[in-house]
Design a protein around this ligand. Sequence first.
Ligand code: B12
Length: 217
Amino acid sequence: MVKEQQALLEDARQAIVNYDLSKTEEAARKALEGGVKPYTVITEGFVPGITEVGDLFDRGQLFLPELIMTAEAMKAGTAICMAKVPESEVKSTKKVVMGTVEGDQHDIGKSIVMSFLLANGFKIYDLGVNVSSEKFVEKAIEVKADVVGMSALLTTTMVEQKSVIEELKKAGLRDKVKTIVGGAPTSQTWADRIGADAYGENAVDAVKKIKQLTCLS
Ligand code: B12
């Protein structure tokens, strides 16, 4: 990557660290104009910034209002980048129901994953945040989902992913619907432990794993 592009990514990181919404939007636009790929702006600009903010919050050096402002800036910047990712012209018939589990309000990562799935032609049903296991199952039945994706960002809520899988079993759907989990506290080990079919580390990995689950790769 050329030096100018690295400077643009540094501006993006800095704007997030300063939870400055308009600077974040400006940094996103400038980076895209400067030839940086949308996903790179997010992963190498915004994500290092939000990780730094998360660490400061963890150490008690920053508080919830700032965290909320950071999230708003992150959402605005990400939206500008994602608008540059074209929706796939090749439509798949595969349906993915996505949601953030019950008790959890984090949706930035899930939104990025959904945009990438859309860009790869999947049909997405977004249940939003704080979604109960019952709602996941109801939607999976309603749309005849191929895959159910669950996001969790809190160690206290990741256990809800297990509840969704159990609820799918109870509804007799476990063999018909594939499951994938994601979110910072989750891992392949966690996915194996709760009987999920896959774990996705990030948006690119999520697309790869969902393609494998639905036999598209
Ligand atoms: C932004 C943020 C918030 C925002 C969320 C806004 C929003 N609309 O999402 C707000 C301010 C609301 C918030 C609130 C809280 N937060 Co918060 N938050 C964060 C922060 C800083 C960033 C999360 C984020 O967006 N990351 C960027 C995205 C791109 O990454 P990601 O979510 O991991 O997603 C990627 C992958 O994980 C994966 N992925 C994600 N989902 C899925 C799903 C599938 C199916 C797949 C395959 C892949 C996948 O792909 C994504 C793209 O690459 C993190 C710190 C951190 N560094 O993670 C803390 C953090 C998650 N929050 C934390 C806490 C404690 C809270 C609060 C409890 C604070 C409080 N005292 O009230 C509340 C809880 C509210 C609730 N009930 O959910 C802790 C969690 C600690 C823990 N271990 O449980 C963290 C780690 C901060 C910290 N270091 O203490 N938070």
